[in-house]
Design a protein around this ligand. Structure first.
Ligand code: ATP
Length: 429
């Protein structure tokens, strides 16, 4: 690699299969411009001569054939890497593409018309989301329209944290803005760890899987394109059980295990019996996938909530705050809230511990700064089965006057009166 600096801009000559890794902090935009050759950022091609501005992200500019790229701004880290797992990732993509072709050839209505359902599993920060993004982008560039499913309730990429969601990928992911989430299909779990209510997590995963299977049945192109599923990084104990549930309920036929030999071996053993037709592949972690500590993970969650309400620098939103009568809405919690050990419960109160119990909450200060999901449910008994129209943030609760002040991403009446509360909060002003 040859590197040249002029004024505030640095120019890199990358040879084939090298990547330039950049860590760009929040509020300090870094401009990246492809000058010659071809290059991509996590599978999205850079346009020659057109700069993209990156902030609050760690990215890699990868080239298959060689390129010259210039960087302006002050990334906190910037270096060129020779070794990447990109060739093995592309190999997986090619295999998946063959499966899509076969599904298309099988034609609508036939048994084999479903494309690959791929799930990516592995420990936290092993690069799962990035691998999903690469596979999604490459599939789009080959003319498919895969559905990206994000089950990572802690660090999801489609909408606010605490959700199980899906979007059809119609174009490569925007390098600056991330996944375009015009009309995502969202179920609200309400917590940043699936362990907070595993039964609810499973139930919502089942709902989402069934809905996507119906969508695929109605559209041969969607069916042949398949699913790409991202998961959370909790792969031991209960986390592992939930991963297996995901594999079963989405009927995954390809499991990509990033980094961990142990997880790979255990899955091979366990799925042999329950899902004998599932292919399990082990893939190396990219050296560029960097560990994020608790603070950074919390910060990323807060940032996603902020973006939901305020948009991004390129496409800002105008959030609106309004005060409504508490009787115009009904706030529900699913489950028992903080769990009590069953031995401390009085005899006969077992139903109170039902993880899917719906509890109507009166207006209270406990709701301050909570992110509430606006359910599509028309009646309370539909809440457990309904997906989500959007979110509001509770700014004030006046219990004496029976009024609640909420912020929504746009002015106007709420799209539903049933709101679901979990444990997702934001300190946003
Ligand atoms: P989690 O389990 O927390 O969701 P993950 O396994 O999905 O994590 P990613 O989010 O894909 O991991 O990657 C972790 C971080 O490393 C991200 O900030 C991502 O942008 C960055 N990253 C991944 N691959 C590269 C690379 N090749 N070069 C630079 N940064 C990278």
């Amino acid at each position: 690699v040859a590197q040249e600096a002029s004024n505030s801009s640095t120019s890199f000559n990358l040879t084939a299969r090298q990547e330039l890794r950049l860590e760009c902090s929040n509020g300090k935009p870094v401009s990246i411009r492809l000058e010659e050759g071809t290059a991509e950022v996590f599978g999205t091609e850079l346009n020659r001569g057109r700069a993209v501005s990156v902030t609050g992200q760690k990215v890699a500019v990868f080239t298959w054939v060689g390129c010259r790229v210039s960087v302006q701004g002050e990334p906190t880290v910037m270096y060129v890497a020779d070794e990447t797992p990109m060739a093995s990732y592309l190999n997986v993509h090619q295999t998946l593409d063959q499966r899509r072709e076969e599904a298309k050839r099988a034609g609508p209505g036939s048994a084999g018309n479903n494309g690959p359902v791929v799930v990516v599993v592995g420990p936290t920060d092993s690069g799962k989301s990035t691998l999903c993004r690469l596979l999604g982008n490459w599939a789009v560039r080959s003319g498919w329209q895969p559905t990206f499913v994000d089950l990572d309730v802690g660090q999801g990429t489609i909408t606010v944290p605490g959700c199980l969601s899906a979007v059809p990928l119609e174009q490569p992911v925007d390098i600056e803005e991330g996944f375009s989430a015009d009309l995502p299909l969202v179920f609200f779990f309400g917590h940043s760890s699936p362990g907070e209510n595993p039964a609810l997590f499973k139930s919502l995963a089942d709902k989402l899987a069934a809905l996507l299977q119906r969508r695929a049945a109605a559209d041969p192109r969607v069916a042949a394109s398949g699913l790409i599923i991202n998961t959370f990084g909790w792969v031991d104990g209960l986390g592992y059980e939930l991963q297996k549930h995901i594999i079963q309920t989405f009927q995954c036929d390809v499991v990509l295990v990033v980094e961990q030999d142990r997880l790979y071996a255990t899955l091979q053993q366990d799925l042999k019996v329950t899902c004998p037709r599932t292919t399990i592949l082990k893939l190396a972690k990219s050296g560029g996938a960097v560990k994020r500590e608790g603070d950074e993970r919390r910060g990323a969650r807060e940032q996603r909530i902020r973006e939901y309400f305020y948009g991004t620098a390129r496409t800002p939103l105008q959030p609106a705050t309004q005060t409504i009568r508490a009787t115009d809405i009904a706030v529900y919690r699913i489950g028992t809230g903080p769990r009590a050990p069953s031995t401390t419960l009085p005899v006969g109160s077992a139903s109170l511990a039902d993880p899917l119990r719906l509890q109507n909450l009166p207006p209270s200060l406990e709701q301050l700064q909570c992110v509430l999901a606006v359910s599509h449910a028309a009646t309370p008994d539909q809440i457990l089965n309904a997906n989500i129209a959007g979110f509001v943030l509770v700014k004030d609760v006046d219990t004496a006057r029976g009024a609640v002040t909420i912020t929504a991403p746009a002015p106007g009446p709420l799209p539903g009166r049933y709101l679901v509360m979990g444990s997702i909060r934001s300190s946003m002003e």
